[in-house]
Every structure is written in structure tokens, then in C-alpha cells.
Design a protein around this ligand. Structure first.
Ligand code: C5P
Length: 233
């Protein structure tokens, strides 16, 4: 039993290089978590058949492929993902991409999450693309636009969570990666918050990777996070 009686906000990032490694990790984590993120690495290794297998085992899936292409291609690819029963899919928060994606998933249970600005982007990258203003301003502008175009939620750093929540309102989904328990190794993440802080700031789901996936005992690490979250109330 976990200390959380209702909504479990943890999504574990399956950042591993093979289906076998992913299966082993899921097995070790056990029933504590049922929501997994498949990103580019595992998708490139194991593909959609593997994702379908996880779905048919009863897992919820966040497919983090960050679609960004011409509207026709986005539309057709989103329709294929929507047909599988995947729960969340990421797309870039560019108006033409969001419009095409929103139309293509109509009638399905797929929820679209917009990535406003990649956290690896610096102000120089924005200058290079011809954007004026700050990264924070662009994040806010794109979050507004995403809601206007019928996107279901936003992926945001925990440090932007409170600002993004105030823009998207109480019902939209807010997913935050970059979450670490106090004292856990930060890896290459600089802008981190604790799971409890991210939830207090309005996150609906937390994507957790290395703190759990690289731990000697992943299940114990999940229990530690669930325990910390139980105190948020
Ligand atoms: O750092 P950690 O291993 O917990 O990262 C888990 C996941 O969150 C990774 O799959 C990574 O792609 C994603 N991430 C992100 N934005 C960040 C940091 C991590 O989307 N700033």
C-alpha cells in the first residue's frame, strides 16, 4: 500500500536503452507506479509495438516524442498515436503544430501536452531564432496560446510551475520533470525542485527519472517520494 489514497502523480521516465531494461525496471518498481514515460531513446530502441505491450498490460503511457513537423505530418502521426490508447503525447508549442494535433486527436482519449521552450534553450538560442524578449515571456505566451488552441496541458520546469498554472487554470494538466527529493543526486539538472514543492506549485504529474531509475532500490526510492508527497495533504 502507498500512503496516497487517491491520485498518484508519479510518472517514471523509462530512460533506458532496451525493452528488456524497461521491463526489468517496471518489474522492480511494482504496483507503486502505473504511469510510464517513453522518450526518444526507448522509442528508437523498442518502438510502438513495445508501447502497445505496456498499454495492454494495463500501464498508462506518456509518449514523449515532442512532435514538430508540417501540419499534415503532425496530424497523421497524432491520429496514429491516438488510436493506440496512449494517455499523454508531447508536441512543441508552435501554433501550426498545436492546431493540427488538436484536430487530429478529436474523439480520442489522448491528451496533448505542449512543450513551451526546451529547458536546454538559453537566451542565445532564442536570439538565434529571432525571438525577442525573455524565455519566461515566451513560455507564458506559448502557454496562453496552447490553451487557446485546445491543448490539454503543459510540460514545464518546476520553477515555472506556479506561473504556468496561473495561466492555464485549474483544469489543465501540468507535468513537471526536473523533480528531486532533497538530498538526491541532481545529475545534470540545475533547475530542480522537490516533489512536494512542485505539487504545491500546481503540478498535476511529476516526471521522475534518475532518482528512481538509477537507484540501487527503485521501489524504495518511489516509496520515499510517495511518503514525501503524503505530507502535501
Ligand atoms: O533528470 P531526470 O532523470 O529525473 O529526468 C527525467 C526525464 O525528464 C527525462 O526523460 C528528461 O527527458 C525529462 N526532462 C525534461 N526537462 C528537463 C529535465 C528532464 O523534460 N529540464
Amino acid at each position: 500500500m502507498t500512503p496516497l489514497a487517491t491520485h498518484n502523480p508519479i510518472i517514471i521516465a523509462l530512460d533506458v536503452e532496451s525493452a528488456a531494461d524497461a521491463r526489468s525496471l517496471i518489474h522492480r518498481i511494482g504496483p507503486r507506479v502505473n504511469f510510464y514515460k517513453v522518450g526518444l531513446e526507448l522509442y528508437a530502441a523498442a518502438g510502438m509495438d513495445f508501447v502497445r505491450g505496456l498499454l495492454s498490460d494495463g500501464h498508462r503511457i506518456f509518449l514523449d516524442l515532442k512532435f514538430y513537423d508540417i501540419p499534415e505530418t503532425v496530424s497523421r502521426a497524432v491520429a496514429r498515436v491516438a488510436a493506440t490508447g496512449v494517455d499523454f503525447l508531447t508536441i512543441h508549442a508552435v501554433p501550426s503544430v498545436m492546431r493540427a494535433a488538436a484536430a487530429a486527436r478529436r474523439g480520442s482519449n489522448l491528451r496533448l501536452l505542449a512543450v513551451t521552450v526546451l529547458t536546454s534553450f538559453g537566451s542565445e538560442d532564442l536570439d538565434d531564432l529571432g525571438f525577442e524578449g525573455t524565455i519566461a515571456e515566451l513560455v507564458e505566451r506559448r502557454a496562453h496560446k496552447a490553451m487557446e488552441l485546445g491543448i490539454d496541458g503543459i510540460v514545464a520546469s518546476p520553477l515555472e510551475a506556479a506561473a504556468v498554472r496561473s495561466i492555464i487554470g485549474p483544469d489543465a494538466v501540468l507535468v513537471t520533470p526536473g523533480v528531486r527529493s532533497a538530498g538526491a543526486d541532481k545529475g545534470d539538472q540545475k533547475r530542480v525542485a522537490t516533489p512536494a514543492q512542485a505539487i504545491r506549485d500546481g503540478a498535476s504529474y511529476l516526471v521522475i527519472g534518475r532518482q528512481v531509475t538509477r537507484a540501487a532500490d527503485p521501489a524504495a526510492e518511489v516509496d520515499r517520494i510517495l511518503f514525501e508527497l503524503a505530507e502535501v495533504g
